[in-house]
Structure formats: C-alpha cells, structure tokens
Design a protein around this ligand. Structure first.
Ligand code: HEC
Ligand code: HEC
Ligand code: HEC
Ligand code: HEC
Length: 422
C-alpha cells in the first residue's frame, strides 16, 4: 500500500520541493569527464540519441540515475555508467549539469545567464526524411490541449508552458533532442520505461502523434512562443449533455440550474471535471470507494443519487461539466498561494498544484477535481473532512495524507486562495 502510494506520488511529481540536492559543482565537473563522450562537457550532446543534460532539473537527474542503477529504467549504455555512482556522486553530477542553461551556457552564482559565455550548442544535423510527414502544428495542439476523446492529457500541465516544468521531478523538454523525445515516448508506450502517468498517456498516442510531437520540438523557437491562453479549448463530453440537463432538474434547488449555487455551503458543479462528478455520484451511492474502504457519506446526497442509473450519472456529469462557472470575487492571499504552489516540505505538505494544476482546474483524465473558484466555505469543510478522515473516498489516501498536516490557519488560507482562482 505504501509503495503504491509512493509511486503514485512520484508519478504526479509531488516531491517537487521536498529535495534540495546540495551537490558540489567542482566535484561534479571532475566526475563528469566520463559522461562527456556522450552527453558533452557542458551537458549538450552532439548526437540526437543522447539526451541533453544541461539545465535539466537536478532532482530529475538524480531520480533517473537511481532508476538506471536499480535497473528500473533500462539502457545498455547507462546501466554500467550508473552502477558505480554513489549518492554523493549523483548529487555532484546533477548539480554540475543543472548549473548550465538549456543551451549549455554557465549560470552565474545568482542563477542569471552569463552573457560572456560563448554558445557551444551544436548545429543540429538535418534529420533523415521519415515515411510519414510529421505535422508540427498538430504536435503543438496535442502538447497544449491533449485529446480528451482519446484519453491523452495535455503535456503542458506537467512539462510547462514553454517545455520548462515548474515541478522539479518533471523533466524539462525544451531544447531536448526531438529524436530522443520520440524514443522515450515509444519506450513509455511499449512499457520498457516505467512511469504510471507517462505509460498511460503514451499508450494512447499513435505513432503519428509521436512523430508530430517530435516535429514540434524541432522548432525550439516555436516552443518559446507557446501561450496556453491563445488556444481555443474545444470541450467534448462522454455523457449526453441534453439528457443530463433534463435529469439535473432535481439538483437545481441546491446546486443551481446551471451548477452555480445560490448558497455557498453547496458546491458549484459548473465546469467541474466530468469524470470527477461521475466518481462522486458513484461514491455517494455506494458509499464504498475502490479500495473497499467506506466512501463518501452524506445523507442528503445519498438520497439524491439513489434513483440514478449509471447512464444518468454520466449524462448529469456531462451537463454540469459543460456549464460555465461564475466565480464570486474573492481576494487571493500570499500564505494560501505559497501552500498551493510550493506546499510545505518541512511539515510534509505536498504542493496542491501537483494534482490540482497551477490554475486550480484539476486534471479531468485523472478525476482530480477543479477547485478554482469553488466556494471557500465548501472547500474548507472538505479539507476538514479529509483531515479527520470522515471523507475517505480519495484513492490511495491522496487527499487525506495531504490534509493530515494542514493546520486550521493553513486550511483557512488555502481555501480562500483556491476560491480566488479564476
Ligand atoms: C556511452 C554513452 C553514455 C555515457 C558515457 C553516459 N551516458 Fe547517460 N545516457 C546515454 C543514453 C543513450 C541515454 C538515453 C537512454 C534512454 O534512451 O533511455 C542516457 C541518459 C541519461 C540520463 C537520463 C536523461 C533524461 O532526460 O531522462 C541521465 C541523467 C544520464 N544519462 C546521465 C549520465 C551521467 C551522469 C553520465 C556519466 C556518469 C552518463 N550519463 C554517461 C548514454 C551515455
Ligand atoms: C501528469 C504529469 C505529466 C503529463 C500530463 C505528461 N508528462 Fe511527460 N513526464 C512526466 C514525468 C513525471 C516524467 C518523468 C518520468 C520518470 O521519472 O522517468 C515525464 C517524462 C517525459 C519524457 C521523458 C523526458 C526525458 O528527459 O527522458 C517525455 C519525452 C515526456 N514526458 C513527454 C510528454 C508528452 C509529449 C506529454 C503529452 C502528450 C506528456 N509528457 C505529458 C509527467 C507528465
Ligand atoms: C438538498 C440539497 C441538495 C440537492 C437537491 C442535491 N445536492 Fe448535491 N450536494 C449537496 C451537499 C450538501 C453536498 C456536499 C456534501 C459534503 O459535504 O460532502 C453536495 C455535493 C455534491 C457533489 C460533490 C461535489 C464536489 O465538488 O465534490 C456532487 C457531484 C453533487 N452534489 C451532485 C448532485 C446532483 C447530480 C444532484 C441532483 C441529482 C444533487 N447533487 C442534488 C446538496 C444537494
Ligand atoms: C496527490 C494528488 C493531490 C494533491 C497533492 C492534492 N490533492 Fe486535493 N484532491 C485530490 C483528489 C484525487 C481529490 C478527489 C478525491 C475524490 O475522488 O473524491 C482531491 C480533492 C480535493 C478537495 C475536494 C474538492 C471537492 O470538490 O470536493 C479539496 C478542497 C482539495 N483536494 C484541496 C487540496 C489542497 C488544498 C491541496 C494542497 C494542500 C491538495 N488538495 C493537494 C488529489 C490531490
């Protein structure tokens, strides 16, 4: 159970701020001599099948070296390289490679780019022409939006707007060799490289999708221009929105006809994740979660869901998910923002954004709810229920383990911050 939880936490990139690797740059430079043949002296490799390490997150590098060493990630070349590395070696090497920009320019001690340094980035050789002509625009759309109908989560939420991720355990993809990116996506797809999230997403990528994503990364200048807001999101739903609207009439008294409630003790359902709503309705009905523990117990909602069929639930969820949330104006606050974005490693609180995403909209494919613009009093009540374990329908205790360490003041601040998100 504990290992399952841990691997899930790693998969979603929870331990973002939990590690601070205090490696030694100088020692790392000396040790990196044996890496240079393939990864370049400054972490910019000359060949397309060797990944760039320059400017990669140190936490991510250490995690990969441990995976190669343990044989969890398999590669003929890297296995013997990692086998002899101690924890200190790994920290030194990671600190060294992380001390460059993605182009291989040294960073000054303040973390600024050094202007004096000369570019050592190699000129990329023209790729051999594949049979399928990849479409960089299609790759860009997939990167930014994913494809809900095919179960492909947008990459942007985890790998960052411009391919530079905020979560330190999620790799930067900007300026990585496109061929290497394609190879890793195939490895994840074929399960020869293991990561729960990436295996699931890549499993739904076609060979053409992978080529398109690679093509998108060929044009590194295009990556820098990516703006999440510049893209029109085309929503599609599994349930039947029209049938759902008819069934949802009985819900209007509390949740509002369009999912915007009049009273703040009732949660808003407008724009909430479809898969999350379905899961909640099932949990209220059975009051047993997928682990067999008692689920979400609420006497009011139990009565409401009793007459609903599985199809009804899917359709109602589609209807509310298709509606637009009208958030109430709430002031943001620094304490809440800090908890949401960075968590509190000392007190064992995972950053909320790792699962609820930076804008609070959640992740529909994973049934992680949107909490953005939800009523603060409802959010507060739910955090208290998770903390006391009177709500225990969260898979693998994902929320209970976070809520356990929240103080009353934390709950107050973070609930208000979440309610302020648009
Ligand atoms: C003989 C060539 C070779 C040498 C030498 C080598 N590597 Fe690698 N390295 C590779 C290849 C090939 C991969 C990609 C493996 C794959 O496709 O999964 C890789 C992958 C990696 C990765 C994962 C990068 C990512 O983005 O996931 C890290 C980290 C890494 N190497 C670090 C090192 C370090 C540190 C050294 C020196 C101690 C080193 N390598 C020496 C060939 C080499
Ligand atoms: C929920 C978060 C999440 C989403 C969404 C996501 N990734 Fe990842 N991705 C990760 C994590 C975490 C890893 C590191 C896995 C590991 O530790 O081995 C990773 C690794 C990768 C790698 C390997 C990088 C390297 O340096 O070896 C590539 C390539 C990649 N992802 C591409 C994508 C693409 C393309 C998409 C969208 C179709 C995507 N990812 C969506 C979290 C995510
Ligand atoms: C009499 C008032 C009332 C009615 C009518 C009602 N609900 Fe609720 N609903 C609630 C309350 C109260 C909660 C919060 C329960 C808790 O604290 O866990 C809730 C919670 C929910 C949630 C969970 C939201 C979240 O963010 O986790 C969903 C989904 C939901 N209701 C859907 C429905 C649907 C669908 C209907 C109609 C079939 C309906 N409700 C009718 C009072 C009502
Ligand atoms: C490991 C992933 C993860 C992390 C980290 C996480 N959450 Fe959650 N959260 C979830 C999941 C999954 C659910 C839905 C559980 C369910 O199925 O009912 C949830 C539900 C919630 C809810 C209830 C929403 C509703 O509509 O009823 C609130 C409030 C919440 N989270 C707040 C937070 C806060 C605040 C943090 C950070 C301190 C946080 N979460 C961190 C995964 C996470």
């Amino acid at each position: 159970m504990k290992t399952v939880l841990l691997s899930i936490l790693f998969a979603v990139g929870i331990f973002s701020n939990a590690h601070v690797f205090a490696g030694d740059i100088k020692a790392g430079q000396t040790k990196s001599a044996m890496c240079a043949a393939c990864h370049g002296t400054n972490g910019v490799s000359a060949a397309d099948n060797y990944p760039n390490l320059a400017g990669q997150h140190a936490d991510y590098i250490v995690k990969q070296l441990n995976a190669f060493k343990a044989g969890e990630r398999k590669d003929m070349m890297m296995a013997p390289m990692a086998a002899g590395l101690s924890d200190a070696d790994m920290a030194d090497l990671a600190t060294y490679f992380a001390s460059f920009t993605r182009d291989g320019q040294p960073l000054t001690p303040s973390g600024e780019e050094s202007v004096a340094a000369e570019s050592t980035a190699p000129v990329r050789a023209a790729a051999t022409k594949p049979a399928y002509i990849p479409d960089a625009t299609a790759g860009k759309l997939l990167y930014q939006l994913g494809d809900k109908t095919r179960g492909i989560t947008a990459c942007i939420g985890c790998h960052g707007k411009d391919g530079n991720s905020d979560v330190l355990i999620n790799p930067n993809l900007a300026k990585q060799h496109p061929q290497y990116i394609e190879k890793q996506l195939r490895n994840f797809k074929e399960n020869s490289r293991h990561n729960a999230v990436m295996n699931q997403i890549s499993g739904n990528l076609s060979i053409e999708d992978i080529a398109n994503l690679g093509a998108y990364f060929v044009d590194t200048s295009a990556i820098g221009e990516v703006k999440a807001s510049s893209v029109v999101v085309m929503k599609s739903f599994i349930g039947d929105v029209v049938a759902g609207k008819a069934k949802a009439a009985t819900c209007a008294a509390c949740h509002g006809a369009d999912g915007n409630p009049a009273v703040s003790m009732y949660p808003a359902l407008a724009g909430q994740s479809e898969s999350y709503i379905v899961k909640q309705l099932k949990d209220f009905k059975t009051a047993v979660d997928s682990n067999g523990a008692s689920g979400r117990v609420d006497p009011v909602m139990a009565g409401m869901v009793a007459p609903l069929s599985t199809d009804d639930m899917q359709n109602i969820a589609a209807y509310f998910a298709s509606q637009t949330l009208n958030p109430i104006v709430v002031e943001a606050n620094e304490k809440g923002k800090k908890l949401f974005v960075s968590g509190d490693p000392i007190n064992g609180i995972t950053a909320c954004m790792a699962c609820h995403s930076i804008n609070g909209k959640g992740m529909d494919n994973a049934a992680f709810p949107s909490i953005a613009g939800q009523s603060a009093s409802y959010l507060k009540a739910q955090l208290e229920k998770f903390r006391s374990a009177s709500r225990e329908n969260d898979k693998n205790s994902m929320m209970r383990s976070v809520a356990l360490n929240l103080s009353d003041q934390d709950i107050e601040a973070v609930s208000q911050y979440m309610a302020s998100l648009k």
